[in-house]
Design a binder for this molecule. Structure first.
Ligand SMILES: Cc1cc2nc3c(=O)[nH]c(=O)nc-3n(C[C@H](O)[C@H](O)[C@H](O)COP(=O)(O)OP(=O)(O)OC[C@H]3O[C@@H](n4cnc5c(N)ncnc54)[C@H](O)[C@@H]3O)c2cc1C
Length: 371
């Protein structure tokens, strides 16, 4: 089978490995010009389902490297008010346990063996269903490719989804986010509340402002495995109602974003805005918060969706795990020997059930707390 995958983020490369191991011809198309073209080196928790899919579908050596370079064992999830007086431990469901990694490091590990079948700077533009039941994609570099199946792994704003399901209901919520990271120097370590050095800390006030804080402390440096070296850091995300961020939010430069993030929490415990002000200007990212509703069912075609492309959800620490779980499930259905469209339909039925249950959980968590 020839499978075309749009998007080499997290789910796309995992699916590619799964299919390649079973002898299928896989080609990945990535819009970014290079793996590190944008600041993407943030800490990410992958839940138990996602971790299980990585273990099952990555080559053993790649999974071992993902574990070896993952974050030191975490101290769970705690929440606090702006004065940091009390840290309340949150009891997590059993499926929350998984693996916490640096996203760029995991992508480097997954893509290292896929370079011969990955094309960077080749964004999806549109597809065409051909009379013989196959599909042709048109890419932004002017080239085309044909395959038996096209998989959208191109994230929340998926172009493939826009063509397949033009009425797919996505809602942009009324809060915005600034993601950043601060190198874990001695000074930053002193400013970081202890629960965020060991695990995840959510700080929030009743007016909708929130701060997510968690240190990425590599068990082993990626350099030990021939990858570019990486230093420990504290990842942070400042969320605020959209009117706090202002109308020109997405046009702000890095220094302005950093200042806005620090100002947003300036009346909280002073160590928090001090920590944010030490943020790395190369790793600032403005983001909107999106959620979605389950679409009406559609007739199966040789085009399908996974991950954030299939079920955009509010940040809640689960979407990456669900995306990678999708990749594993789709791989298992495609290698099962069932006719292609039956395999696709059976994957989509299950994926939509658990995917939109996860969207509902994420919306509840986003409204109610920060994890
Ligand atoms: C700072 C930050 C922290 C996060 N922390 C967590 C966390 O702790 N836990 C968690 O579960 N989730 C977390 N998330 C969310 C998580 O990153 C996503 O849910 C996850 O990456 C989704 O995987 P995916 O493969 O579906 O999409 P992505 O990883 O977003 O990959 C999509 C890929 O498609 C590419 N692409 C886009 N358009 C095109 C196109 N037209 N053609 C070709 N390629 C295209 C993109 O460049 C990208 O490489 C976090 C997100 C951010 C920004």
């Amino acid at each position: 089978m020839r499978v075309l995958i749009s998007g080499a983020g997290l789910a796309g490369p995992c699916l590619a490995h799964g299919l390649r191991q079973h002898g299928h011809d896989v080609r990945l198309f990535e819009r970014d010009a290079a793996i590190d073209a944008r600041a993407q080196g943030y800490r990410i928790h992958i839940n138990g389902d996602g971790d299980a899919a990585l273990r099952e579908w990555l080559p053993a050596e790649a999974y071992e490297q993902a574990v070896a370079t993952s974050c030191m064992a975490g101290g769970g999830v705690r929440m606090a008010g702006p004065d940091l007086r009390e840290f309340i431990e949150i009891e997590l469901p059993p499926d929350a346990a998984g693996i916490t990694v640096d996203r760029l490091t995991l992508r480097r590990i997954m893509l290292r063996d896929l370079m011969d079948s990955t094309r960077f700077g080749a964004g999806f533009s549109r597809y065409e269903l051909l009379d013989d039941g196959t599909v042709r994609v048109f890419l932004t570099d002017g080239s085309t490719a044909e395959g038996d199946l096209l998989v959208a792994a191109d994230g929340v704003n998926s172009g493939v989804r826009r063509q397949l399901l033009p009425d797919f209901p996505v809602t942009v919520l009324d809060s915005q986010l600034i993601y950043g990271r601060t190198p874990l120097t001695d000074q930053a370590r002193k400013l970081t509340p202890p629960p965020a050095l060991e695990g995840f800390l959510g700080v929030g006030s009743t007016d909708g402002r929130r701060l997510a804080l968690a240190a990425q402390r590599f068990r082993r440096n990626p350099a030990d495995f021939g990858l570019p070296p990486a230093d420990d850091y504290v990842m942070w995300g400042v969320t605020a109602p959209a009117d706090v961020c202002g109308p020109g939010f997405f046009e702000l430069g890095a220094a302005e974003l950093l200042e806005l993030a620090a100002q947003t929490i300036a009346d909280w415990a002073p160590s928090l805005s001090e920590l944010v002000r030490l943020g790395d200007l190369d790793h600032l990212m403005p983001a909107s918060v999106q959620t979605s509703e389950r679409p009406e069912s559609w007739s199966p075609v040789p085009v399908t969706l996974l991950g954030d492309a299939a079920h955009p959800m509010a940040p809640a620490g689960i979407s990456a795990g669900v995306a990678i779980h999708d990749a594993g499930l789709l791989a298992s259905r495609l290698v099962s020997g069932a006719p292609l469209l039956d395999a696709v339909r059976s994957y989509e039925t299950d994926m939509l059930d658990y995917g939109f249950a996860a969207v509902a959980t994420a919306t509840r968590n986003h409204a109610g707390n920060f994890q």
